[in-house]
Design a protein around this ligand. Structure first.
Ligand code: G1P
Length: 286
């Protein structure tokens, strides 16, 4: 079955980004002039996915309004004669079909994904963690969808991480099957480097078959007392193969102030309208 749905997880507390996340969802922080969340939605659309299931939580204002139609804004821009901005505003709400589910208790990533079960139904689906923004020529999810089409099993994106960083990621035990494509033989959530089966860390892009939901149901709390998707994937390995795609391009972790700042600079420097001036400004900084 073709991949049509993406579950985007926007339910985290954003503790690494306090205090701004006291009243502002981290997913709505801007990357230059668009919220981080929009990059995740755009990657899904650019990968041939047309339905987005957004998992949100209490205290996440603004997300639903952002992807909704804003008549007031459209009337205002029309009266002003700002046709370009009017076109952009209309296009944003037209091109994406989003539905929302709420994670009522924050019991882990596996649990957050499981809250989308009824809306996803019996079909394959993508999962995108919007903190991870990937700047690449071909969208990462598009590449992963191609691998899914070929093997019809789950796919996860990975990236090489340093020894000191294995404890920040799910780490896979890989068997290379093609250039940059691996069969996953095992997974461990956030191991110390000595226990890590490789240096290939999972980044926030997954494709699952619906069997993952039963695997999540059977998964007890793991690392950090949370229901980990990595453990559910490990559980499913007994029944179904899993592949990993080593991403091309640059990944930014926008979930921390430093990662978010770096991503803003990288994206702003690429913009024709503001990039050159920003470059001059950065050169002049002491
Ligand atoms: C989650 C996953 C982890 C993965 C990471 C990617 O961790 O549990 O396996 O490597 O996302 O961003 P988190 O960053 O939510 O702690």
């Amino acid at each position: 079955m073709k991949l049509r749905k993406a579950v985007i997880i926007a339910a985290g507390r954003g503790t690494r980004f306090l205090p701004v996340t006291r009243s502002q969802p981290k997913e709505m922080l801007p990357l230059v002039d668009r919220p981080v969340l929009q990059y995740a939605v755009d990657e899904a659309l650019d990968s041939g996915i047309d339905q987005v299931v957004m998992v949100t939580a209490r205290g996440k204002p603004g997300i639903e309004d952002y992807f909704d139609r804003s008549f007031e804004l459209e009337v205002f821009l029309k009266q002003k004669g700002d046709t370009e901005r009017l076109r952009q505003a209309q296009e944003l709400s037209r091109k994406v079909n989003v539905c929302y589910v709420r994670q009522k208790e924050q019991l882990g990533l596996g649990h957050a994904i499981a809250t989308a079960r009824d809306v996803v139904g019996e079909e394959p689906f993508a999962v995108i963690l919007p903190d991870d923004i990937i700047d690449s020529e071909v969208p990462t999810m598009r590449r992963m969808a191609e691998i899914y089409e070929k093997y019809k099993v789950g796919v996860v994106a990975v990236e090489r991480v340093g020894d000191e960083d294995t404890r920040k990621y799910g780490i896979i035990e890989p068997k290379e099957v093609a250039d940059g494509v691996y069969e996953v033989l095992g997974l461990v959530e956030k191991p110390e480097s000595a226990q890590a089966p490789s240096r290939l860390g999972i980044v926030g892009r997954y494709i699952f078959t619906p069997e993952i939901f039963d695997a999540i149901d059977d998964t007890p709390p793991g690392q950090g007392g949370e229901i980990q998707i990595t453990d559910a994937m490990q559980r499913l390995l007994g029944k179904q193969k899993l592949y990993a795609y080593e991403l091309e391009g640059v990944r930014h972790d926008t979930g921390t102030p430093l990662g978010w700042l770096k991503a803003n600079i990288a994206y702003a420097l690429k913009r024709e309208d503001i990039g050159p001036e920003l470059r001059d400004y950065l050169k002049k900084l002491k």
